[in-house]
Write a protein that binds this ligand. Structure first.
Ligand code: CP
Ligand code: NVA
Length: 301
């Protein structure tokens, strides 16, 4: 594993290895055991979109690993003024030991990896959010013990989260169902993967998708960059809320996960969110541990 560009690139074994390492790093962190695997290394963090969790968890994670995180806002970089990503990749490869990037086009992340010579980590694109889903899988395994026989359900926009959850869920052996409006389906590449790998179903009826689910996910109806479509999307997704009716179709003890930020009253009700707040904030915490595992795997040599 040289980069983390998308979960489609990872084998099930590589995902399991990352989750095992994340568990170990979490245990060490909780027990005050230092783990300076990246002493003297520098991670550049390029942000072309806003972030709370990704920025803070990568930044503090790098410090906990003994390394140095460098926050690079695209507003202050020449990349924001049109310097090609191919050149940025070759320059930054001479200074840094790894790059985390959050941007719009997946191609930009793939280009960084192609032209640079250091590990690249995708911190969210319009296509996927692999770091988030590694943390999500870690949280499910923490609560349920294993993925064996579990059904994951996603309700809402067929966006970056949906794309990564489908791939990640199927790769670790879960059954995956998704409910989304017909005009907001996941990416065709992901649907093609899903049709050939494991047990996957897609419907436009949330209660059908939620039937016997062990974990239900949702995400915002308008992602970063889609703010102008918010009103149109509120109408299109009106029937796609995670609420008590949806949950009553699921297995007893069904988890609810949300990558955050959440819009209460839109994709999830206040009641469901608060009833599952522990799981949701454990999920947010696990970003730290899962990403530290990714950085150690990619950068510690
Ligand atoms: N879930 C997530 O990636 O959050 P941020 O946008 O705050 O980084
Ligand atoms: N789908 C959301 C996820 C935020 C973490 C977005 O892209 O804005």
């Amino acid at each position: 594993m040289k980069h983390l560009l998308k979960l489609l690139d990872l084998s099930p074994e590589e995902i399991t290895e990352l989750l095992d390492l994340a568990d170990q790093l979490k245990y060490e962190r909780k027990n005050g055991i230092a783990h300076p695997h990246l002493k003297g290394k520098t991670l550049g963090m390029i942000f072309q979109k806003a972030s709370t969790r990704t920025r803070v968890s990568f930044e503090t994670g790098m410090v906990q690993l003994g390394g140095y995180p460098l926050f690079l806002s695209s507003n202050d970089l020449q990349i924001g003024r049109g310097e090609p990503v191919q050149d940025t990749a070759r320059v930054l490869s001479r200074y840094l030991d790894g790059i985390m990037i959050r941007t719009f086009a997946q191609k930009e992340v793939e280009d960084l990896a192609q032209y640079g010579s250091i590990p690249i980590i995708n911190g969210l694109t319009d296509f996927c959010h692999p770091c988030q889903v590694l943390a999500d899988l870690m949280t499910i395994r923490e609560y349920k013990g294993s993925f064996q026989g579990l059904k994951m359900c996603y309700i809402g926009d067929g966006n970056n989260m949906a794309n990564s959850l489908i791939v990640g869920g199927l790769k670790v052996g879960m059954e995956v169902s998704i409910a989304c409006p017909d005009d907001y389906r996941p990416d065709a590449i992901v649907l093609d993967f899903a049709s050939k790998n494991g047990h996957f179903t897609m419907t436009n009826q949330p209660v059908v998708a939620a039937e016997n689910a062990d974990v239900i996910f949702t995400d915002v109806w308008a992602s970063m960059g889609q703010e102008g479509e918010a009103e149109k999307r509120r109408i299109a997704f009106a029937g796609y809320q995670v609420n008590d009716t949806v949950l009553s179709a699921a297995h007893e003890g069904c988890m609810v996960q949300h990558c955050l930020p959440a819009h209460r009253g839109e994709e999830i009700t206040e009641e469901v969110f608060e009833a599952h707040a522990n799981e949701i904030f454990d999920e947010a915490e696990n970003r730290l541990h899962a990403q530290k595992a990714v950085m150690v795997k990619l950068m510690a040599h």
